[in-house]
Design a protein around this ligand. Structure first.
Ligand code: HEM
Length: 424
């Protein structure tokens, strides 16, 4: 990744028979994701791998099918519709803190795993109204197998076919079958009128295409549920892990964050109504996603030849956009390696073009869960930081291990202890 940064705004190389073009300039990102979006599709290796798991879900489908599904699902992800999930988020984070603090001495925790379990619980409860994060839960286990396998396959230079009867492939097939069975079972139960909870699945089942009046079929619902499970929990967990890490390295920022939380909440559990007051928490999270964007690379295939910033992008080439690289572009960010949440102050928004910061992608394929994710991140950070402090054990900086997402190269282990509110 650092090589890419040192080479300039366009890096072009050939891998086997394919042209790969890496574009770092925000205007180039805008062209691919928004202005000339029709010329770029998702026929890339990364998406082919994901398609095997997520089939025709929103992240991996294309064309008319995608457009129709997006139109149906979009209203359900609107800020006002998802506000009701705030309580689920703070309850889950609060119970995690209870567990952490329910020991006589400050304890060591693996923040990476703890955040993964927390966001899995939140997505499970908001999507299906069930807690899939428990050790014995078969959905949680099957999801972990699937996610781990997808990451492994993406990392293989020469992919090994998945029909090979290796133990790993057999385990994957069993995991996928479990997920299919459980999700379809829940859908069937809802159709039979067993229950009608106020969750994302109900929303997807009730939603209708405004133009045709049609809803989603069971296989479509299954694909969207799988997609939301996978797209919605690992990314958020990774953002939280890096945020705790950065806060432990930057004490002044952490003190300001604590002061805001204490003055806004005055000891209350945060709620959606507090979000406008938690502006510094939000800026910390954005700055964390600037330095460590969970979705660090976005790939597309150029259908026809294109010219971007005077540079010829051949038809058929793979175009790579990297929030990691653009977010550290020295042309748009002063001291790009520094952790400085005030960059995201409202009054400083005009300092850079919109696509200099795109942790959720952009254009028509922008993350449908971005409001959900921001709400979850702010509420979880506020709930946890209100009651405890996470300190990293002495050691060198944590490196990155880029896969589908930008994981930490080593587990982030931290000492957790109770925190007294800062003086008014
Ligand atoms: C910090 C958390 C998250 C990050 C960084 C993130 C990032 C992204 C990015 C970059 C894309 C665009 C991919 C592309 O253009 O190829 C995307 C798409 C998507 N994300 Fe997220 N995401 C996050 C959380 C979520 C959540 C919480 C959900 C669901 C509840 C979600 C569901 C989706 C879906 C369904 C798509 C595909 C949208 C479409 O193409 O129509 N994401 N996400």
């Amino acid at each position: 990744m650092s090589g890419f940064r040192e080479l300039g705004d366009v890096v072009h190389f050939r891998m086997f028979t394919r042209d790969l073009v890496l574009l770092a300039h925000p205007d180039a990102v805008r062209r691919v994701l928004q202005d000339n979006v029709g010329n770029y599709d998702k026929q890339t290796r990364g998406f082919q791998v994901l398609r095997a798991y997520l089939r025709q879900g929103l992240l991996t489908s294309e064309g008319d099918h995608w457009l129709r599904q997006r139109r149906i699902a979009q209203p359900g992800f609107h800020r006002t519709r998802i506000a009701g999930f705030g309580q689920t988020m703070t309850r889950a984070a609060g119970e995690l803190v209870d567990r952490w603090l329910d020991v006589p001495a400050p304890d060591l925790v693996n923040v990476t795993t703890e955040m993964m379990r927390l966001t899995l619980r939140i997505v499970g409860e908001t999507l299906l109204s069930t807690d899939v994060s428990r050790e014995a839960d078969r959905v949680g286990q099957a999801l972990n197998v699937t996610l781990q396998r997808a990451n492994e396959v993406i990392g293989q230079v020469v992919p090994r076919p998945e029909w090979w009867p290796t133990p790993a492939n057999r385990q994957l097939r069993a995991a996928m079958r479990t997920l299919d069975d459980v999700i379809l079972e829940i859908i069937a139960g809802r159709r039979a009128g067993d229950s009608d909870p106020d969750d994302l699945l109900s929303m997807l089942m009730q939603a209708r295409d405004e133009e045709t009046g049609q809803g989603m079929s069971d296989p479509q619902l299954r694909d969207e549920v799988m997609t939301i499970f996978l797209a919605g929990h690992e990314t958020t967990a990774i953002a939280l892990g890096w945020t705790w890490y950065l806060l432990s390295q930057h004490k002044t920022v952490r003190e300001r964050l604590h002061a805001e939380i204490d003055s806004v909440l005055d000891g209350r559990t945060p709620s959606v109504a507090d979000l406008p007051g938690l502006g510094y928490v939000e800026r910390v999270i954005k700055e964390s996603m600037r330095l460590f964007p969970p979705a660090w690379i976005i790939s597309r295939r150029a259908i026809e030849e294109d010219v971007i910033g005077g540079y010829r992008v051949p038809a058929g080439s793979i175009v790579l956009l990297s929030p990691y690289v653009t977010h550290r572009h020295p042309g748009f960010w002063e001291n790009p390696e520094d952790f400085d949440p005030d960059r995201f102050d409202m009054n400083r928004q005009g300092e850079r073009p919109a696509f200099a910061f795109f942790p959720f992608g952009g254009g028509p394929r922008q993350c449908i869960g971005n409001s959900f994710a921001m709400m979850e991140l702010v509420l979880v950070v506020a709930t946890i930081a209100q009651r405890c402090q996470l300190d990293r054990l002495p050691g060198g900086p944590v490196g990155t291990a880029p896969s589908i997402t930008l994981r930490a190269a080593t587990p982030i282990t931290m000492r957790v202890g109770p925190r007294a509110p800062s003086p008014a």
